[in-house]
Design a binder for this molecule. Structure first.
Ligand SMILES: Nc1nc2c(c(=O)[nH]1)N[C@H]1C(S)=C(S)[C@@H](COP(=O)(O)OP(=O)(O)OC[C@H]3O[C@@H](n4cnc5c(=O)[nH]c(N)nc54)[C@H](O)[C@@H]3O)O[C@H]1N2
Ligand SMILES: Nc1nc2c(c(=O)[nH]1)N[C@H]1C(S)=C(S)[C@@H](COP(=O)(O)OP(=O)(O)OC[C@H]3O[C@@H](n4cnc5c(=O)[nH]c(N)nc54)[C@H](O)[C@@H]3O)O[C@H]1N2
Ligand code: SF4
Ligand SMILES: [Mo]
Length: 715
C-alpha cells in the first residue's frame, strides 16, 4: 500500500525485503524507502511461505517507526509538581548503571527472589531478545519469573513435553493437504493463526473447501473464521474438554480408533480408552450445547476422512481445562493416525533447530510462594504475580524487571496488579512506550525501532505450515545513541555481573548466533544446501525448504522415542472434569474475549490508521440476553465479575451464543501518567479488569481468561 511522505522526490529510493514481526504469520514484505521515509509497504510475492499476503497491520510498521510517543532514549522518573512525578531524559550510562544498581540493591537486601521478572509477547517476535535475555537473567537466579506464556499457550508446551518430549514440539495443521479440519477456540481469520504460522489463511481455507475439505468450527461466537466454515457449532465456554472426551470415547467405543503408522511407537491408548467410559456424547451434550448425535457424526467424519486435523488454540487453552483440552486434541490426532501424516498435523524441521539448543522444559520443580502454583520452564503463572508483590514474608517481590510486556492490561485482574506495582521499591522496563505497566517503572530502557535491527524468526519457523527460512536486514541504520534490545541485555548483564562479582562475557550479536544455528541445523553443514547466514542473505525473500514431512519416531525427544499416551496428570484431571460436571451447573452469563484484525494485544492502539472508525471495545451480547435485562443496542452497561467491573457499550449480536458475552482485551488506556496520545483517545476498558486471577486451569496454572462468570446490567 502506498503511503504519504514528506521527503523530496530527489532522495534515493530503496527496496527492502523484510519480515513483518507483528504476528505469527510472519509475512514477507517489500518496503520502499526514500531517505528516512517509508514510501510503500507491500506483500512480497516471492516469499515462499506468505506468497504476497499482507494484512492491514503491516502499514503500522511505518507508524511504529515514526510514532512521536515512542521513546528514543532512556527516561527516569523524577518528582514533579504537587507530589506528582514526571519523566526525565537521561543518558544510557546513567540509565544502565542505575537500573543495575537498583535491581542488585534489592536482591542484596532481601534475597534473590525479591526480584520478579515478567517478559511479554513481543519477545518471541524479536530474535535478539530471545538470544540475549538469558544472559541477564542467569545472574539474578530468582524463582519469581513470569511471562505471557501463562496467559496463553502454556498448555500446548506441557502437552508437547509430556507426549513428545520437548516443549516446542507442536503438531502443525497441514491444511493444504487435508480433508477434514476440526477447529476449536481459534479465529485465524482475525488472528492470522497461532502456534500455526499460516499466512493467507482465508485463501487456504477457500482452497481447502474447493478441494472438498470440510471445516468444522467450535466457538461460542460465530467468528470471522466460523463464517467461512462448512459447519459451525456454538459451545458453552469451558466445556470443550467434555466434547473432546466424548469424541475420543466415540472413536474407541465404535472401533474407529486406529493409530496406523504410529502404532509401533504409541503406548497407553488402552488406558486412555478405559478412563473415558463415563464421557459419553450424552454426558457432553448435557453441558456443552452440541447434540450427542452431532458429536457422534463428528467423530465418524473425523475417523473416516483421508487426512484430518484436530486443532485448538487460545479459546481452549485459556480456560479451566486448558491442558486437558490440548492433551485430548493430540490424543484424537494420535488415535486416528493423523499425527505425523501429510494432511494431518506434522512437526516442522526448522533451519535453526531449537530442539538442539533449547531445554525441553520441566514442570512443577518449584512452586509459587503464596498460592503454591507450579512452575513451568522456570516460570510461575502470571495470575499470581500481584499477590507475590503484595503478600509480606520471605521471598516477597520488591523489585520488578519487565521486558516487552504489559501485564496490567494482559493478565487477569489487571487492576489488582496495577495497584501492586505501586508498592514496588524499584522497577525497570525494557520497552519503547510509557504505558499502563511501564508508567510504574523507575527507569525505562527503550530499544531501537523494529526496522532498525535485523530479524530472523527463531520462534515462528518452528510453528510454520511449511519449512522455510528467511533473514531480513535492518531497513534503517541504527540511530546514533540508541541500543538494540539485545545490546541492552548485554550492557545490563555486564553491570549486574560486576556488582555481584560474577563472571560475564557479552554474548555475540544475534546474527552470529543465527549463523551458528544455521550451520549446525538440519540444512547446514550436514546438508547439500549448506545453509548459513551468508546464503540466506543472498535470498532475501527466503529459502523454501519444502512441505512438512513425516519424521516420527526419530524426531521424538522422549526417553524411548515412544509416545506414552497415558499421561498421569491429564488422566487425573478427567476425574476433576467428571466431578465438576456431575451436576447441571449454574446458569448465568459467561465472558469470552475476541480479536480484531486491526488490533494486536494491548500495544497497537496508538496508530491512527488502525484505530479510526467506530470503537471496537464493545460488549457483544445476544439480543435475547439483552431483552431479558431490558438493555438496548448502544447502551452503557456494567459488566461485573467476582474480581471487578467495567462500564462499556453493549452491542447486540446474533453471532453470540445466548448466555455468552464477548469483550476484546488490550484496551483500558485511560490511566494517568502514560504517553500514548492516540490510544488514550480510543481508551476503551480493560477486559482484564473483569477476568479473575483465581480462575485457572488448575492443572497447569494457566489463566482462564475465557468463560468467566459475569453479570450485565444497565449502568
Ligand atoms: N489481529 C490480531 N492478531 C493477533 C493477536 C491480536 O491481538 N490481534 N494476538 C496474537 C496472539 S498473542 C495470539 S496468542 C493469537 C491467538 O490466536 P487465536 O487463538 O486464533 O485467537 P482468538 O481470536 O483469541 O481465538 C480464540 C477463539 O476462542 C473462542 N473461545 C472463547 N472461549 C472459548 C471456549 O470456551 N471454547 C471454544 N471452543 N472457543 C472459545 C473465542 O470466541 C475466539 O474466537 O493471535 C495473535 N494474532
Ligand atoms: N482477557 C484476555 N487477556 C489476554 C488475552 C486474551 O485473549 N484475553 N491474550 C493473552 C495473550 S495470547 C498474550 S500473548 C498476552 C500478551 O501480553 P503481554 O505480552 O504482556 O502484552 P502486549 O500487549 O503484547 O504488550 C507488549 C509490550 O511490549 C512492548 N514492545 C513491543 N515491541 C517491542 C520490542 O521490540 N521490544 C521491547 N522491548 N518491547 C516491545 C509494547 O510497548 C508493550 O508494552 O495477553 C494475554 N491476555
Ligand atoms: S498477517 Fe501478521 S505478519 Fe502478516 S502483515 Fe499482518 S500483522 Fe504482519
Ligand atoms: Mo499470545
Amino acid at each position: 500500500m502506498p503511503l504519504t511522505t514528506d521527503t523530496p522526490p530527489s532522495a534515493e529510493t530503496r527496496l527492502h525485503h523484510r519480515a513483518c514481526h507483528l504476528c505469527e504469520a510472519i509475512c514477507g514484505l517489500l518496503i520502499e524507502t526514500r531517505g528516512e521515509d517509508i514510501v510503500s509497504i507491500k506483500g512480497d510475492p516471492d516469499d515462499p511461505l506468505s506468497r504476497g499476503h499482507i494484512c492491514p497491520k503491516a502499514i503500522a510498521l511505518k507508524d511504529i517507526h515514526e510514532d512521536p510517543d515512542r521513546l528514543r532514549g532512556p527516561v527516569k522518573k523524577v518528582p514533579g509538581a504537587n507530589g506528582s512525578s514526571t519523566w526525565q531524559a537521561i543518558g544510557w550510562e546513567e540509565a544502565l548503571d542505575s537500573a543495575a544498581e537498583g535491581l542488585v540493591r534489592i536482591t542484596r537486601a532481601h534475597g534473590v527472589n525479591a526480584l520478579g521478572i515478567y517478559m511479554g509477547n513481543p519477545t518471541v517476535h524479536n530474535h535478539g531478545m530471545m538470544t540475549h535475555q538469558g544472559q541477564l537473567f542467569r545472574h539474578f537466579r530468582t524463582d519469581n519469573r513470569f511471562s505471557a506464556t501463562s496467559v496463553d499457550q502454556l498448555p500446548h508446551h506441557l502437552v508437547a513435553l509430556w507426549l513428545f518430549g520437548h516443549k516446542l514440539m507442536f503438531p502443525i495443521p497441514d491444511i493444504d493437504r487435508s480433508d477434514y479440519f476440526l477447529m476449536l477456540g481459534a479465529n485465524p481469520v482475525a488472528s492470522n493463526g497461532s502456534i500455526w504460522t499460516v499466512p493467507d489463511i482465508r485463501r487456504r481455507i477457500s482452497d481447502f473447501k474447493q478441494r472438498g475439505g470440510k471445516l468444522v468450527v467450535i466457538d461460542p461466537r460465530r467468528t470471522e473464521t466460523a463464517a467461512l466454515a462448512s459447519e459451525h457449532h456454538f459451545i458453552t465456554p469451558g466445556t470443550d474438554a467434555l466434547l473432546l472426551a466424548a469424541l475420543l470415547h466415540t472413536l474407541f467405543s465404535e472401533n474407529l480408533a486406529n493409530p496406523g503408522h504410529l502404532a509401533p511407537f504409541v503406548k497407553g491408548l488402552d488406558a486412555v480408552a478405559g478412563a473415558l467410559d463415563a464421557f459419553t456424547p450424552e454426558f457432553a451434550a448435557a453441558h456443552c450445547g452440541i447434540a450427542a448425535d452431532t458429536i457422534r457424526a463428528m467423530a465418524r467424519d473425523f475417523a473416516r476422512a483421508g487426512a484430518a486435523i484436530c486443532y485448538g488454540r487460545m479459546g481452549v487453552s485459556t480456560q479451566r481445562y486448558g491442558t486437558l483440552c490440548q492433551w485430548l486434541i493430540q490424543l484424537i490426532n494420535i488415535a486416528t493416525g493423523n499425527l505425523d501424516k501429510p494432511g494431518g498435523s506434522l512437526f516442522t524441521l526448522p533451519a535453526v533447530d531449537q530442539m538442539q539448543s533449547v531445554s525441553p522444559g520441566g514442570f512443577g520443580r518449584h512452586h509459587s510462594r503464596v498460592r503454591h502454583l507450579p512452575e513451568f520452564d522456570r516460570e510461575l503463572p502470571a495470575s499470581t504475580l500481584a499477590e507475590e508483590i503484595t503478600t509480606p514474608g520471605e521471598g516477597q517481590i520488591r523489585a520488578l524487571f519487565t521486558g516487552a510486556g504489559n501485564p496490567v492490561l494482559s493478565t487477569p485482574n489487571g487492576r489488582q496488579l496495577d495497584a501492586a506495582l505501586e508498592q514496588l521499591e524499584f522497577m525497570v522496563s525494557l520497552d519503547p512506550y510509557i504505558n499502563e505497566t511501564t508508567r510504574h517503572a523507575d527507569i525505562i530502557l527503550p530499544p531501537t525501532s523494529p526496522l532498525e535491527h535485523d530479524h530472523y524468526d527463531l520462534a515462528f519457523h518452528v510453528n510454520a505450515m511449511r519449512n522455510t527460512a528467511r533473514f531480513s536486514e535492518a531497513v534503517f541504520a541504527k540511530p546514533e545513541g540508541s541500543l538494540h534490545d539485545w545490546e541492552i541485555f548485554n550492557a545490563l548483564a555486564a553491570r549486574v555481573a560486576a556488582l555481584l562479582e560474577q563472571d560475564h562475557r557479552d554474548a555475540p550479536a544475534p546474527d552470529v548466533i543465527i549463523d551458528a544455528g544455521l550451520k549446525l541445523g538440519p540444512y547446514g553443514e550436514q546438508h547439500e544446501l549448506q545453509l548459513n547466514l551468508e546464503r540466506l542473505r543472498q535470498q532475501p525473500s527466503g529459502v523454501d525448504l519444502g512441505p512438512l514431512q513425516s519424521q516420527l519416531p526419530q524426531r521424538l525427544r522422549t526417553a524411548q522415542q515412544t509416545i506414552d499416551c497415558a499421561t498421569a496428570q491429564p488422566l487425573a484431571d478427567l476425574v476433576r472434569l467428571q466431578a465438576e460436571f456431575a451436576d447441571p451447573g449454574e446458569a448465568g452469563l459467561r465472558l469470552i474475549g475476541r480479536r480484531h484484525l486491526r488490533s494486536n494485544n494491548s500495544w497497537m492502539h496508538n496508530y491512527h490508521r488502525l484505530v479510526k472508525g467506530p470503537g471496537r471495545c464493545t460488549l457483544l451480547m445476544h439480543p435475547d440476553d439483552m431483552a431479558e435485562r431490558t438493555l438496548s443496542d448502544g447502551m452503557e452497561v456494567t459488566l461485573r465479575s467476582r474480581a471487578g467491573e467495567v462500564r462499556v457499550t453493549v452491542e447486540a449480536s446474533n453471532d453470540m451464543m445466548p448466555g455468552v458475552v464477548s469483550l476484546p482485551h488490550g484496551f483500558g488506556h485511560h490511566r494517568p501518567g502514560m504517553r500514548l496520545g492516540t490510544a488514550s483517545r480510543h481508551a476503551g476498558v480493560s477486559c482484564n479488569d473483569v477476568t479473575d486471577e483465581l480462575a485457572l486451569d488448575a492443572l497447569s496454572g494457566n489463566a482462564a481468561v475465557n468463560g468467566i462468570p459475569v453479570s450485565v446490567s444497565a449502568a
